[in-house]
Ligand binder design. Structure first.
Ligand code: SF4
Length: 172
């Protein structure tokens, strides 16, 4: 199941900046927001392959940044095989580099692997990388399909990633 996130305070990170490119991973963060808000992840017949709760989350983030004088744009990832930032094609990474050159910073909505994708793609630019979300654990949930085409996650709980720490200790 997907990684679950909590939000980081990005407003303090953008102080003094005038423009930011928001780069969302459309998988785990979108599931996180849908679970947090207890809303369907996808409603095929209302917004096709767009997760409405995550879309609203990004719009709210943009409004908050605008209030602080920061201009934003969202780096889109369609079609759906581009949702997973940890598996972006080289073409997608090059496209990000081209876009990022026009901004002071990139806000990544995703995990450390998503951030690594961004750092690697824009390393030749002066763009600051800001992490907008923090890993809180792995989600355990029951996926449910409702007519007329809704996908939801129910009875969810967050499992800590304790095994990683144990493995790190074992490797030392
Ligand atoms: S980049 Fe991270 S957040 Fe996005 S799909 Fe991959 S594991 Fe999930």
């Amino acid at each position: 199941m997907p990684i679950h996130f909590s939000d980081r305070d990005v407003v303090s990170e953008v102080a003094g900046l005038s423009s930011v490119l928001i780069v969302p991973c459309y998988m785990c963060p979108a599931v996180t927001v849908s679970v947090r808000e207890k809303k369907p992840f996808i409603q095929l017949f209302r917004s096709f392959l767009k997760s409405a709760p995550f879309d609203q989350y990004i719009k709210t983030l943009q409004s908050r940044l605008k209030e602080h004088g920061v201009k934003t744009r969202v780096f889109k990832s369609m079609p759906s095989h581009e949702w997973f930032m940890c598996m972006w094609t080289s073409g997608k990474r090059k496209k990000l580099q081209k876009y990022a050159e026009q901004y002071d910073a990139v806000i990544v909505l995703g995990c450390d692997s998503a951030t690594e994708t961004v750092r690697e793609a824009i390393k030749s630019t002066d763009c600051k990388v800001i992490e907008g979300m923090e890993v809180a654990g792995i989600m355990n949930a029951q996926i449910r399909f409702h007519l007329p085409g809704n996908v939801s996650f129910e009875n969810s709980k967050i499992v800590p990633i304790s095994q990683i720490k144990q493995k790190e200790v074992a490797l030392e």
